[in-house]
Design a protein around this ligand. Structure first.
Ligand SMILES: NC(=O)c1ccc[n+]([C@@H]2O[C@H](COP(=O)([O-])OP(=O)(O)OC[C@H]3O[C@@H](n4cnc5c(N)ncnc54)[C@H](O)[C@@H]3O)[C@@H](O)[C@H]2O)c1
Ligand SMILES: [Fe+2]
Length: 389
């Protein structure tokens, strides 16, 4: 079987690499850019230094900050209007996955006007839009190096997953110093998202020789550093390791596919407005237990990468340790249970299960899973995740 590997044309990394933004913008021949970020980051001291440096280099920059966490079609439409009003030639996204995904889809919309739902699914974007430079502030979604964007359709209550090489950012600048300000809960949620990217990229039916080393690195770095980044937020070594893990995770999964955890997590987030990383974390132990029989050797390898088992343990023992270890990680990071997130209202939860299961299946991600579920099994898994504590 043959594979293709997509990535940005340049990736900057390490402390202070963000200072090179003006040179990056100039290297693409851009004189005017739209900075896409969110209202919180604009209020902090993150954005202004970028504006100052761009101005010093004679580059005009307008700021668009009307992006909510888990962004919507309305956010993208407002961003397109801001891009056109600014007469921009390219986009700089500064923020977590939400501003990054919004920036990608603003760019796609500039080249392909019309309703966003046309982009939902795989390879649905006809023309490449203006270039996007990405500077992530969470660690993270890995969106700085993926050809994926997730935008909520407000009317249909669906998180539209869009995958197309034309969504790949042109340049990524991964400067972990920007992640030092993340509070513990955000660190936990985005960190488990990173781990899930590594794990799902590694067990995916489309995993391959180019994605495996990146997926393994994601799993190993997260297992060794996430707890420290959570408990000691100013620990630079742990923050740097998590920023690299997030980047590796994005590069891995975008080239090998996400699986059932992400498939089930998007509908849960769309209906109940749970943050993306949180809904992944809640589902991860339950979905892993279900999926192991599809490829026990790979799941056992994940347990060993996480130092939950050694080569002396059988695959069966390692897989058991993996499910326990993932549940323990959630407890250590104080990730709330699904019942806690939904105020113990199980009947509201059950009302939506069938639609959530159908939306999960139609996203395509469950088809990459080592064990492919039916809609009925997905409903059962949501129920199991509810009972899981
Ligand atoms: N495109 C992809 O490949 C991909 C992959 C995974 C997730 N996603 C998407 O990414 C989105 C989630 O992104 P996210 O988890 O990075 O969070 P986010 O961008 O939604 O940000 C969450 C909150 O954290 C704040 N924040 C950001 N950086 C901070 C910092 N350094 N310090 C303090 N606060 C900070 C933001 O202002 C916001 O209030 C979801 O919509 C999800 O679907 C996309
Ligand atoms: Fe994710």
């Amino acid at each position: 079987m043959s594979h293709v590997f997509h990535a940005p044309i340049a990736i900057f990394s390490g402390a202070g690499c963000r200072q090179q933004l003006p040179e990056c913008v100039a290297s693409l021949g851009l004189r005017t850019v739209l900075i896409v970020t969110d209202a919180f980051l604009v209020r902090t001291d993150v954005i202004q230094p970028f504006l100052d440096r761009l101005r010093e280099h004679g580059i005009r920059a307008e700021v668009f900050a009307d992006v909510q966490p888990d962004p919507t079609d309305t956010n993208v439409a407002a961003g397109v209007a801001a891009y056109l009003a600014a007469e921009a030639q390219g986009i700089v996204a500064i923020g977590g996955g939400s501003p990054i995904d919004t920036a990608k889809v603003i760019s796609a919309s500039i080249a392909n006007p019309g309703p966003l739902e046309r982009f939902q699914g795989y390879h649905r974007i006809a023309l490449a839009g203006p270039p996007v430079i990405v500077i992530p502030t969470t660690a993270g979604t890995g969106s700085e190096a993926t050809k994926v964007a997730v935008i909520t359709d407000n009317v249909r209550q669906v998180k539209m997953m869009m995958l197309d090489a034309k969504l790949m950012p042109r340049i990524a600048m991964v400067d972990y110093e920007l992640s030092l300000s993340m509070p513990p809960a955000l660190t936990a949620h985005v960190g488990v998202d990173t781990l899930t990217h590594g794990l799902e990229a590694y067990v995916s039916r489309k995993a391959n020789a180019l994605t495996d080393p990146l997926a393994q690195s994601t799993i190993r770095l997260t297992a060794r550093n996430l707890r420290t980044a959570w408990s000691d937020p100013s620990n630079r070594e742990a923050r740097e390791a998590m920023a690299v893990a997030a980047l590796h995770g994005g590069m891995a999964f975008t080239n090998s596919g996400l699986c059932l955890v992400h498939g089930m997590s998007r509908p849960l987030g769309a209906v109940f407005h749970l943050a993306h990383g949180l809904s992944n974390a809640i589902l991860l132990p339950t979905v892993t237990r279900f999926s192991i029989s599809g490829n026990p050797a790979r799941y056992a390898a994940v347990a060993r990468l996480m130092d939950l088992a050694t080569p002396a343990h059988s695959d069966e023992e390692a897989c058991r340790a993996l499910v326990d270890g993932l549940a323990q990680l959630n407890r250590d990071l104080k990730v709330p249970t699904l019942a806690e997130c939904l105020q113990h209202d199980v009947s509201a939860f059950r009302q939506h299960l069938r639609k959530m299961a159908d939306d999960a299946l139609s996203s395509g991600s469950p088809a990459n899973n080592p064990r492919i579920p039916t809609a009925e099994q997905i409903v059962e898994l949501y129920e199991e995740a509810w009972a899981f504590a």
